[in-house]
Write a protein that binds this ligand. Structure first.
Ligand code: UT7
Length: 324
């Protein structure tokens, strides 16, 4: 008896930017990107593909798959760090686009962990009100938040959106538990300034632009360790053996992080869903896009124990278990 995923959807921008094209933009090589990250291409938003528009398209597909109408929604949560406006939230734009007149809506800023934090939130609401249907979305257009001269970052990220409709089920299925953490003291290893304050007293020293800045090597080490710790902590708390996990959907940061994590956890590669080569790191959108692809391809069977894990700026990280 618990919170179940009733339907999933995703939306990728039309334009695909390959590693070869990136060679013409910044001092890099297609081979360096492929071998160091596993990324071959990423999608880049164009006209009509703002974060909320990608989110809305993903949401429409998720609602159709769930057989739930927009008017049945009680809450819309969008995990994002790349809205086209600071206010209103992308979630409010999605609410309006869908005509979800009975839903309240807000964004959740947890970088790449936005979707998993959102699932956790939805689970808590639904546990207190079994009639509630909640749309959780991860959506980003980080292409607009990258310094395209910085080869340390611009080669890694991509745009897209994924969505899931959640509701209550009386069956044995549902979200089992989550183990989420944050550490704000390490903020300066991966961050993005806000636009400069118009109040001179509140100007932030070192604000060189509202784009992603990162200490890649440090982030790498923390990401692997943190995801491993939260997965182990969650499994221990729930007394579940790692071999009992049927399917793993990790945050798609890059292939080397994933390989390290898979090795440390000793999970067979065949159980792990990986699509980072096509999309790069889509931050909050990465897990719901992967979930939708896995779901639509029938890779998750009813009753499977599915493990999710994420890591992102903040730092934020965590793991979630769902009995599918
Ligand atoms: O959701 C979490 C988000 N963050 C991440 O996933 C990032 C985690 N970090 C990483 O995945 C890796 O640290 C990177 C892929 C970002 C970089 O790989 P690395 O093996 O850690 O490379 P590095 O930063 O140590 O740089 C090695 C070399 C340097 O050259 P020198 O100093 O050895 O001559 C860099 O200047 O590679 C150079 N380099 C590049 N060369 C070609 C860095 N970026 C590039 C590039 N193309 N794009």
């Amino acid at each position: 008896m618990g919170t179940v995923v009733l339907g999933t959807g995703s939306c990728l921008p039309e334009r695909i930017l390959t590693n070869l094209e990136l060679e013409t933009i910044v001092d890099t090589s297609a081979e360096w990107i492929r071998s160091r990250t596993g990324i071959e291409s990423r999608h880049i938003g164009g006209r009509g593909e703002q974060t909320y528009q990608l989110a809305t398209n993903a949401a429409k597909k998720a609602l159709a798959a769930a057989g739930v109408s927009a008017k049945e929604l009680g809450l819309i949560v969008v995990g994002t760090i790349s809205s086209h406006m600071l206010m209103p939230s992308s979630a409010c734009f999605v609410q309006s686009e869908l005509g979800a007149e009975n839903a309240f809506a807000y964004d959740l800023n947890a970088a790449c962990s936005g979707f998993l934090y959102g699932l956790d939130l939805a689970d808590k609401y639904i546990r207190t009100d079994h009639s509630m249907k909640i749309l959780v979305i991860g959506a980003e257009t980080l292409s607009g938040r990258l310094n395209w001269q910085d080869r340390n970052t611009c080669i890694l990220f991509g745009d897209g959106a994924g969505a899931a409709v959640l509701g209550h089920s009386d069956s044995e299925r549902g979200l089992i538990d989550s183990n989420h953490r944050s550490d704000g003291s390490l903020w300066d290893l991966l961050y993005m300034h806000a636009p400069e304050s118009l109040n001179p007293d509140l100007l932030v020293a070192g604000n060189s632009g509202a784009y992603i800045q990162m200490e890649g090597r440090e982030v790498f080490k923390h990401a692997v360790r943190a995801m491993e710790d939260s997965v182990r902590g969650l499994l221990q708390k729930q007394n579940i053996d790692i071999n009992a996990i049927d399917f793993v959907i990790p945050h798609q940061a890059n292939m080397r992080i994933l390989n390290n994590l898979i090795d440390r956890l000793d999970i067979p590669l065949r159980k792990v869903f990986i699509n980072v080569s096509k999309y790069g790191n889509t931050s909050a959108a990465s897990i719901p896009i992967a979930l939708d692809e896995a779901n639509r391809h029938g890779l998750i069977a009813e009753g499977d124990t599915v493990l999710f894990c994420s890591f992102g700026g903040g730092f934020t990280w965590g793991a979630t278990l769902i009995k599918w």
